[in-house]
Design a binder for this molecule. Structure first.
Ligand code: SF4
Length: 702
């Protein structure tokens, strides 16, 4: 019967495209005599996704199987690339890195990672930079995703975990504020949690400059001016204060800093806030009363609040709101930073950030350095110091302080603000190595491109937005000569004479070291093992022992600061670094669409997803369209002080008349980050992606 029976390969996996990490089964069926298999995708039950998949998850396998995958290492030759062997590629890397470090010092080489890497790869990348390359320069694209919420959570609560409560608490919340988060398009499988909450009588408030799939569900939509979220949160707090909607016992027993906050709020003027935010005082009052009077409530923020030059303080303002009203640490009451990237949570815990070591340890803390040096079997004084944030690394590349860059799991030319400067910088590098599955916009500039494996081929753990660690097993063999990220790092380390620190046989081997490295840290994974993850539906951190169940709901008794108390802080109303004026009269805000993920390197290579959204666009209000003479569907030039792009106009009342929206998933002439600001938040170094001044005009081809 050989050859007459279909061959069926069932792959239990999870979607790589957002922080829910929905489980799925991909089935590959070879019919007898067929030259290619047929694929089917089924959602698979797990606690977070409850057996749902969105369009991205249903079609994720398409990019993994794409004919555009890089199958061999590529070396630049003129304007193109030639395939070479891994031996040759690794030899080139070893020699070029040693030469450049010999001339310019170790810190002349930088490492740039990504929030979609598995925990194992993220952990190893931090170690690779500090132990193999011995450079202080490492940071990653998660800086643009989570740094504001992470810093705010750490300062307010003493710990940063995306959601302080399990997702199942959402339906218990009687009032929910979704601030700057478009869950319907970015994490679609979470929407039923919110519809169930509404069915249970919850009042839903959405804060967003645009009408979105999420705002359509809202009882109250506050269409805030881009960048004015902190002021709006101040207005909400002021009403709570004026109306006496405070949990005084909670404030007294579990927080610090209320007196200063109270004095600050008392001095604010609600009408002035209404003017700044574009939201009427009546609507601010209505929202505050709904939240303050509800017996339970949750607040969620995402990039709309966080990707601002005051992103850290804007999140702190929303945390003040939660704390003043005592809505945390209880069923149906808490806070959530809705992470975007697939491993946005885990990617930030294991040492990819310039200032951090695994387990959220601090690179400038002597005890933390000593602990990690011991795990890594090096001397503490051999650990490099603190580097700089992602965009600041790009500035150092541009200034040629960094002369070589190794990029893994990221496309910085599209994801960084002020992209023209970033591209100029990358072109100046003496040596650029990019590990990717595809020739991304960044990889096209590389001296060497290293093919890495996809989510169907690469085992590892990822931590979803709840802080739940999930194991993604992978059964497909690597395509072509592609290698796992962790193996690429080990191979380069061997060439640099540091291979003894990187001799791992599997992702699980790395996880075993990660467990020890995280032990006793804020993000403690010590009690989590692959065996447990195979048996259980994910395990929450902190999980200090294998007998621990992990904590789904945080802060029931105390916060993670030494005194057990949360910190309140006065927050100033934001002043934008760049205001609209006669030359640039509109505000640009950026974001995502349902079918695409990050800079689109993967989703643009899924034919089903690409067919739904094959080009970028600018959303503009009919009044703006009339003022600037733009017709629906026409090409529009959008220009800021930093650059210019051409995208198709979409006229809609979903956007404020004073603002335009362009998504972030396309590169080259549609790369919206050619327009965005290089200014960074002073605390967390988040760029202000969400508000800058632009002008628009019909595009006339030259
Ligand atoms: Fe689930 Fe997010 Fe993937 Fe959609 S993109 S299937 S919500 S993990």
């Amino acid at each position: 019967q050989a050859g007459l029976t279909p061959v069926v390969n069932v792959l239990d996996t999870q979607c790589p495209f957002c922080s829910v990490q929905c489980k799925a089964t991909v089935t590959e069926t070879w019919a007898p005599g067929a030259s290619r298999p047929v694929y089917t995708v089924e959602p698979k039950m797990n606690a977070a996704s409850e057996g749902r998949l969105c369009i991205k998850g249903m079609n994720a396998y398409q990019h993994a199987l794409s004919g555009e995958r890089i199958r061999q290492p590529l070396r630049r030759e003129g304007e193109g690339f030639v395939p070479i062997s891994w031996d040759e590629a690794l030899d080139i890397i070893g020699k070029r890195v040693e030469r450049l470090q010999g001339i310019y010092g170790r810190d002349t080489v930088g490492v740039y990672g990504g929030g979609s890497l598995t925990n194992e790869s993220a952990y190893l990348l931090g170690k690779f930079a500090r132990v193999a390359l011995r450079t202080k320069y490492i940071d990653y694209n998660g800086r643009f995703c989570m740094s504001a919420a992470a810093s705010a959570g750490n300062k307010a609560f003493g710990v940063d975990r995306g959601l302080t409560n399990p997702l199942s608490d959402i339906e218990l919340a009687k009032c929910i504020i979704l601030a700057g988060t478009n869950i319907a398009e970015c994490q679609p499988t979470l929407m039923p949690y919110f519809t169930r909450a509404k069915e249970n009588g919850s009042y839903l408030i959405v804060i967003d400059p645009r009408e979105t799939g999420t705002s359509k569900l809202a009882d109250l939509h506050l269409k805030v001016k881009p960048g004015m979220d902190a002021a709006l949160a101040n207005g909400l707090q002021k009403v709570l204060l004026e109306e006496g909607l405070l949990d005084e016992q909670f404030l007294r027993e579990r927080t610090n800093g209320f007196d200063a906050l109270q004095a600050h709020l008392a001095a604010l003027d609600l009408e002035e806030i209404a003017g700044l935010t574009g939201v009427s005082a009546a609507d601010i009052r209505k929202a505050a009363l709904a939240f303050g009077q509800a017996p339970t409530g949750m607040v969620f923020t995402a990039r709309g609040v966080e990707q601002q030059t005051d992103g850290y303080m804007a999140v702190r303002a929303f945390l003040n709101l939660v704390l003043m009203n005592g809505k945390i640490g209880k069923p149906g009451s808490g806070y959530g930073a809705v992470t975007g990237q697939g491993n946005g949570q885990g990617g930030r815990e294991h040492g990819q950030k310039a200032d951090q070591l695994p387990g959220y340890r601090l690179i400038e803390n002597p005890a933390d350095r000593a602990y990690i040096a011991d795990v890594w079997d090096i001397e503490p004084e051999d650990l490099p110091g603190k580097g700089v944030s992602a965009y600041e690394m790009m500035e150092k590349v541009h200034a040629q302080e960094i002369r070589a860059l190794i990029i893994m799991g990221s496309n910085p030319i599209v994801s960084n603000p002020n992209a023209n400067l970033v591209e100029e910088g990358l072109r100046k590098l003496d040596f650029l190595v990019v590990a990717d599955m595809f020739l991304s916009e960044t990889a096209r500039l590389a001296d060497l491109v290293l093919p890495c494996t996809s989510y169907l081929e690469n085992d590892g753990t990822l931590t979803n937005l709840e802080g739940r660690v999930l194991l993604r097993e992978a059964k497909r063999p690597p395509i072509g000569e592609s290698r796992h990220d962790w193996r690429i790092m080990g191979d380069i380390a061997e060439k640099l004479g540091r291979g003894q620190y990187f001799r791992f046989e599997s992702a699980e081997d790395i996880f075993e070291e990660l467990r020890v490295a995280s032990r006793g840290g804020i993000a403690d994974y010590y009690g989590i093992t692959y065996d447990r993850l195979r048996r259980e539906e994910g395990v929450y951190w902190p999980c200090p022992s294998t007998g621990s169940a992990g904590e789904g709901r945080l802060f029931a008794e105390r916060f993670a600061h030494e005194d057990g108390r949360a910190q309140l802080i006065p927050v100033e109303n934001h002043r934008l670094p760049e205001s609209a004026d006669d030359a640039y009269p509109l505000y640009l805000t950026t974001g995502r669409v349902l079918t695409q993920y990050l800079t689109g390197v993967q989703t643009r290579r899924s034919h089903t997803l690409a067919a739904r959204d094959f080009e970028s666009f600018v959303q503009l209000h009919p009044k703006a369209a009339r003022t600037y003479g733009i017709a629906d569907g026409e090409l529009v030039r959008v220009t800021s002080r930093r650059g210019s792009i051409v995208v198709r106009g979409r006229i809609t009342t979903d956007i404020r008349p004073d603002s335009v929206f362009v998504p972030m998933h396309w590169g080259d002439t549609q790369n919206v980050n050619k327009l965005t600001l290089p200014e960074l938040d002073p605390t967390c170094r988040m760029p202000g992606f969400k508000a800058c001044a632009v002008r628009i005009e019909p595009y006339i081809s030259e």
